[in-house]
Write a protein that binds this ligand. Structure first.
Ligand code: ZN
Length: 264
C-alpha cells in the first residue's frame, strides 16, 4: 500500500514510503460501536493537533484555529465512526507539500499554506470576505483525507483515481449529513475547484496527478449537492437532472462500506 497523499488539493501520489503498518486488527473490540453516545471514544478517534505556523501562514493559521473547523469536523467523524486506531489530524505549514494522509502513521496533514492560497484564489475572484469559503475548503479537505483514512481502515481495494473519487464522495457525505450548513460548505468547496479550473491553477501542470480534473471534481460535488437536496438547490437542476438517483446510490454504497466502523 503506497503512501496516500493529496498534495496541495491537486495532489501527486508520493511513493517515498512503503507503508509498513499491517492493519491486522480491523475488527473492532466489542462495545466500541455501541452505547457511547457522548464524547469521542477513548481510542479510535480523529484527534486534532496544531503545529506553530511559519511566519507567512500565521494570520491564516490563527483564523483557522479560532474557527475550530477542524475540531468540529473531527467531532462529527467521531460521532459517526470508530476506527481501529487513532488518526491524528495535524495542522501545519507544509511549504507547498500539500495535505495528505499517511497510512504508516495514521496521520492526516492539513496545510495552512493551502488555506493562504485558497484565500488568494477566492479574493482574486471577488469573493470577499473569504473567511467562510476558506473554512469550508479546510473542512472539506479534512473530510477528503478522512476518506482516505477510512478506506485504509476498511482495506478497501480502490487505488489511485478510484480512491480519490471515493474520498471526494466521503467528503460530500460528511458535509451533506449536516444539512444546509454542510450543503453551503460543499458548494463553496465546489466553487474553489471551479475557480482553480478557470485559472489553470489546478492539477494539469502535474501529469502524475491521480485526482479527477478540477472541473470534474466541482461537477461531482454539485451533483451530490443537488442529488441530496434538490429542492434547496433548484438552480442546479438543469445541469444535474439525474443526480438524485445517483446520490442515493453513492450514499447507500458508502454507508454499506462503513458498516464495520459505524459508531452506533
Ligand atoms: Zn486524496
Amino acid at each position: 500500500m503506497g503512501q496516500r497523499r493529496r498534495r496541495g488539493r491537486y495532489g501527486r501520489r508520493v511513493r517515498t514510503l512503503a507503508a509498513t503498518a499491517v492493519l491486522a486488527a480491523l475488527a473492532l473490540p466489542a462495545g466500541c460501536t455501541a452505547g457511547r453516545a457522548e464524547g469521542p471514544p477513548a481510542r479510535g478517534a480523529f484527534r486534532v493537533h496544531y503545529e506553530p505556523a511559519a511566519a507567512p501562514d500565521r494570520a491564516e493559521a490563527d483564523r483557522l484555529r479560532a474557527g475550530r473547523g477542524a475540531e468540529d469536523a473531527a467531532d462529527r467523524l467521531n460521532a459517526f465512526l470508530v476506527l481501529p486506531y487513532d488518526v491524528t489530524v495535524v495542522a501545519r505549514s507544509c511549504a507547498g507539500e500539500g495535505s495528505g494522509y499517511d497510512p504508516a502513521t495514521h496521520r492526516i496533514e492539513l496545510c495552512y499554506d493551502d488555506a493562504v492560497d485558497d484565500r488568494a484564489l477566492f479574493e482574486r475572484a471577488g469573493d470577499r470576505p473569504a473567511d467562510e469559503a476558506v473554512g469550508a475548503v479546510w473542512t472539506e479537505t479534512l473530510f477528503h483525507e478522512a476518506g482516505h483514512a477510512v478506506a485504509d481502515a476498511l482495506d478497501l481495494p480502490a487505488e489511485d483515481r478510484a480512491e480519490e473519487d471515493a474520498a471526494d464522495r466521503f467528503a460530500a457525505l460528511m458535509l451533506l449529513r449536516q444539512g444546509p450548513p454542510g450543503e453551503r460548505a460543499l458548494r463553496l468547496a465546489a466553487r474553489e475547484y471551479e475557480l482553480a479550473a478557470a485559472t489553470g491553477s489546478g492539477p494539469h501542470a502535474d501529469d502524475q496527478d491521480e485526482h479527477a480534473p478540477d472541473a470534474a471534481r466541482a461537477a461531482a460535488h454539485l451533483c451530490h449537492l443537488y442529488g441530496a437536496a434538490p429542492t434547496r438547490h433548484p438552480d442546479l437542476a438543469p445541469r444535474f437532472p439525474h443526480c438524485p438517483s445517483t446520490w442515493t446510490t453513492t450514499r447507500t454504497s458508502w454507508l454499506a462500506d462503513l458498516t464495520p466502523l459505524l459508531r452506533a
